[in-house]
Design a binder for this molecule. Structure first.
Ligand SMILES: Cc1cc2nc3c(=O)[nH]c(=O)nc-3n(C[C@H](O)[C@H](O)[C@H](O)COP(=O)(O)OP(=O)(O)OC[C@H]3O[C@@H](n4cnc5c(N)ncnc54)[C@H](O)[C@@H]3O)c2cc1C
Length: 372
């Protein structure tokens, strides 16, 4: 537990759905947690939110993220707007993070830095209104509609064929580039009703009222109507910090992790789009939750092992609960607390050194159960 302003148990880099969830779990499980986020990111690009149970479709990404930040802060988590420029392991096996605002020290680091989609050259439809970067989020919009896929590699060819699951009108636009898909994929493409268009795109026609794509114009003077489509030019993973810490990457360029988000480097976790797996909000949140719980298991102080009891003796009443005074006060004042917000108790905890009282609160904030 730490009390200094720049010392935390958990530092989360990246405030998308993955990082916010890791920070929420860390904070609500009683650990001083800071989340540093420079803004932007893929969730911030969501015009509306699909596939997230409990979140209405018309919720924008920025609204979703704002609510998440408010949740983390309401439990006593610290949010900092800024960039983490460097992370190094200290001699005492903690981590020193350099940010645009200064330095932070933490016992565990969660990298939730996401990736950027490679954007094709213009002219392009408007993002979210004919240009879409998330197949599993937006394919539903195009059921029985004319769609395009832009690209000339394996992923583009496969996504074009995948879209036949929702519509019978799919064009694959190579935009004049030489295809790089394999011979096997070429055989597959030939056997599916996907039209391959090699001409470069020269113009975009949008509905003047809604801004939605109506048609694309091509170098040979043709015009093709589309409702929307997906550019497939790859992902630029934000792995610089992971690499400088020595974390292994996969062949795809993502950070290699186990099922709990542990990287190859002790104490360093990674979650969300920067790791392998489906790039979806619920998946990112699940990974953030798993990492938050895994870190809690590493950091929590009780139950003390038999070796430690033999060495240090039994746990004294004044050693519990193992939550910092700040998080303790926040928990007692929080709506979710069993006793409800009790401003008198909070004031007592703020004014009184807890170790000197005979009557500590019974709610430790740390679950007794080992796994859940
Ligand atoms: C246009 C679009 C629409 C989408 N729609 C949906 C949808 O409807 N439903 C759905 O389930 N999924 C959707 N997705 C996918 C979803 O957005 C991602 O899977 C999800 O946001 C991944 O969360 P994340 O936290 O891993 O990454 P991100 O949301 O990308 O967040 C990463 C954060 O880390 C920050 N960061 C990176 N490096 C640093 C650093 N060094 N210091 C500080 N901060 C840093 C970034 O600025 C960013 O804020 C959509 C994606 C796009 C692009």
């Amino acid at each position: 537990m730490s009390s200094d302003d720049d010392e935390f148990q958990i530092a989360v880099v990246g405030g998308g759905p993955a990082g916010l969830t890791a920070a929420l779990y860390g904070t609500r499980l009683g650990h001083d947690t800071v989340l540093i986020d420079r803004g932007g990111g893929r969730a911030a690009m969501m015009a509306d939110t699909h596939n997230v149970i409990g979140v209405t479709e018309e919720t924008s990404g920025n609204e979703f993220l704002r609510t998440g930040r408010e949740q983390v802060e309401s439990y006593g988590g610290t949010f900092e707007r800024g960039s983490v420029t460097d992370i190094e392991r200290t001699d005492d096996d903690r981590f020193r993070l350099s940010t645009t605002d200064g330095e932070i020290t933490a016992e565990r680091v969660v990298l939730a830095t996401g990736f950027s989609d490679e954007r094709p050259d213009p002219p392009l439809p408007r993002t979210g209104k004919g240009l879409h970067y998330c197949l599993h989020c937006d394919a539903y919009m195009f059921v029985d509609e004319p769609v395009y896929v832009m690209g000339h590699g394996e992923a583009a060819a496969h996504v074009a064929m995948i879209l036949l699951n929702v519509t019978d009108d799919v064009d694959l636009l190579t935009r004049g580039a030489e295809p790089t898909w394999s011979d096997e994929t070429a055989v597959q493409l030939e056997a599916h009703p996907v039209e391959i268009v090699h001409e470069e795109v020269t113009g975009v026609e949008n509905d003047p009222d809604t801004g939605w794509l109506e048609a694309l114009e091509f170098a040979d003077g043709t015009r093709r109507e589309y409702r929307g489509g997906f550019p497939m030019y790859g992902s630029d993973y934000n792995t610089g910090l992971a690499e400088s810490l020595g974390c292994d990457l996969t062949d795809d360029g993502t950070i290699d992790v186990d099922d709990h988000g542990r990287t190859s480097e002790d104490g360093v976790y990674a979650v969300g789009d920067v790791t392998p797996g489906h790039n979806q909000v619920p998946v990112a949140m699940g990974q953030g939750a798993k990492a938050g719980i895994a870190i809690h298991k590493e950091l929590r102080e009780f139950p003390r092992s038999t070796e430690s009891i033999a060495r240090d003796g039994p746990v004294e009443l004044d050693e519990v609960p193992a939550v910092s005074p700040e998080l303790l006060a926040t928990a007692i004042a929080h709506e979710g607390h069993a006793g409800g917000p009790r401003t008198d108790d909070v004031a007592d905890h703020e004014e009184t050194d807890h170790e000197e009282t005979d009557d500590p609160p019974t709610n430790t904030g740390t679950p007794a159960a080992d796994d859940d």
